[in-house]
Design a protein around this ligand. Structure first.
Ligand SMILES: Cc1cc2nc3c(=O)[nH]c(=O)nc-3n(C[C@H](O)[C@H](O)[C@H](O)COP(=O)(O)OP(=O)(O)OC[C@H]3O[C@@H](n4cnc5c(N)ncnc54)[C@H](O)[C@@H]3O)c2cc1C
Length: 415
């Protein structure tokens, strides 16, 4: 850090940060915008940034009932990967990986992207067959992904225990070297700051209560601060997508389910990649030394952000079984987010059947990694009123036309 920065830090600390410039403005919403984006999570903010940067649309409002990144973006376990089953998903997320590498430079904000690789432990024959198919499709898309032996997995993850009787022995593993993690808050803040600098208004603490339409066209949104006129309204509200879309008469095939996360006390460095046991437990170690742990979604649909005990038991049992060395580690925090799941576990990035209404929802347990590629693609869809080829397969009408995009590495534990 340069000398003047230290003095500036000290001066700000001693003067109650009175002269500290705000990272983004806090405006009142104007009467009218070119586009309103509902939801200041990673997707809404990235969309606003790319609308302004790439499409010259700066008369844009991002409005959130809570605070920037306070939804699933600030509650997730930050795994970034492209090891999907469907060619459409792999290509989309491979582009995402490319964008993650450039994000800190593009936003001028360190999002702490760490490309550390991911090991998946394969514990059932069905999953082994699935990853063999995924390996072929990943190769066709040119994304490195290989099946390795349990011993090779142990060499990368020394805390893994392969001995002893287990409910689910490790049959094989996969290695996905370009997977990684990033700092979730920094991603939201980086996009917010960059969008604000381009003229986008970000309004926090303002709920959108309804999307208004006249005939087949959107006219604006009803908010806690009054009606805002806009010919284009974009929903990036994750768990609340179906509720809000319903106000415009649009029914979405989305179910809302709690997904939990756990953080341990800080530990010495012991894990330098992401480890995932599909449907059971996954973990990585943060820069502070805490283990960041997740598992599958809860079984019962709900909007609560707590989570059930059955899931906690399942996650902790798998953790202790595969990594007995962690048996006495204390957990510091546990929470849940409410995730938005489509039944084919692929997202919806699409025009809605109401002119001027756009959807970027259904990301479930996998939308953090999709923030840059999803935001860029959604911005192009809003600006051009037409999806680009990378998101055309994720259209809403796939459910009506019989073209669901079933994933086995998608947005929940249903694989
Ligand atoms: C525990 C957990 C672990 C996860 N782990 C991963 C992972 O490892 N990797 C990964 O890729 N993904 C992961 N995810 C999924 C990922 O977090 C989400 O898919 C992603 O953050 C969705 O971003 P978003 O911007 O669409 O939604 P959000 O970040 O949820 O933002 C939506 C915003 O909309 C606002 N909103 C809702 N209704 C209204 C309204 N009526 N008016 C105004 N504002 C409204 C909310 O306040 C919220 O801020 C995980 C999720 C959870 C919960």
């Amino acid at each position: 850090m340069r000398g003047y920065s230290i003095w500036a830090l000290a001066r700000n600390a001693l003067t109650g940060h009175a002269g500290w410039p705000r990272a983004w403005r806090s405006p009142r919403p104007r009467e009218r915008y070119e586009a309103v984006i509902v939801g200041a999570g990673g997707h809404g903010l990235a969309t606003a940034y790319y609308l302004a940067r790439r499409h010259g649309m700066r008369n844009v409002l991002v409005v959130d009932k809570g605070w920037i990144g306070g939804g699933n973006t600030g509650r997730n376990t930050v795994t970034i990967r492209a090891n999907y089953l469907r060619e459409e998903s792999i290509r989309f997320h491979a582009e995402g990986l490319r964008m993650w590498r450039e994000m800190s430079g593009e936003l001028g904000f360190n999002v702490m992207f760490s490309e550390r690789g991911q090991i998946d432990l394969i514990q059932t024959w069905a999953k082994l067959r699935d990853v063999k198919r995924r390996q072929v499709l990943m190769r066709l898309a040119g994304v490195p992904f290989e099946i390795v032996s349990p011993e090779a997995a142990k060499a990368r993850v020394p805390i893994l225990d392969l001995d002893g009787a287990k409910r689910f022995p490790v049959l094989a593993a996969t290695w996905h070297p370009s997977a990684g993690v990033a700092r979730h808050d920094a991603v939201a803040w980086g996009y917010a700051r960059a969008a604000d600098a381009l003229g986008v208004d970000i309004v926090q603490g303002c709920e959108v209560t309804a999307v208004r339409r006249e005939g087949g066209r959107v006219t604006g949104v009803e908010t806690a601060m009054g009606f805002v006129v806009a010919p284009k309204v974009a929903l990036a509200v994750s768990a609340h997508a179906s509720v809000l879309a319903q106000t415009a008469g649009v029914r979405l095939p989305i179910e809302t389910v709690p997904l939990q996360a756990f953080v341990s006390e800080p530990l010495k460095p012991m894990l330098d990649c992401v480890v995932n046991c599909p449907g059971q437990v996954y973990l990585s170690q943060s820069d502070k030394g805490e283990l960041v742990i997740g598992g599958g979604a809860d079984g019962v649909p709900s909007y609560v952000q707590r989570g059930d005990f059955a899931t906690i038991e399942r996650v902790v049992t798998s953790l202790a079984e595969l990594f007995p060395v962690l048996g006495r580690v204390r957990m510091l925090r546990q929470w849940a987010g409410a995730i938005d799941l489509c039944y084919d576990t692929s997202p919806i990035v699409s025009k809605a059947p109401v002119d001027g209404l756009y959807l970027d929802v259904g990301w479930g347990s996998g939308g953090f990694k999709a923030i840059p590629a999803g935001g860029a693609a959604f911005a192009a869809l809003i600006a051009n009123d037409m999806p680009g080829p990378e998101v055309a397969p994720f259209a809403l009408d796939r459910f009506a036309t019989g073209r669901p995009l079933y994933e086995t590495a998608g947005a929940s534990n249903r694989d």
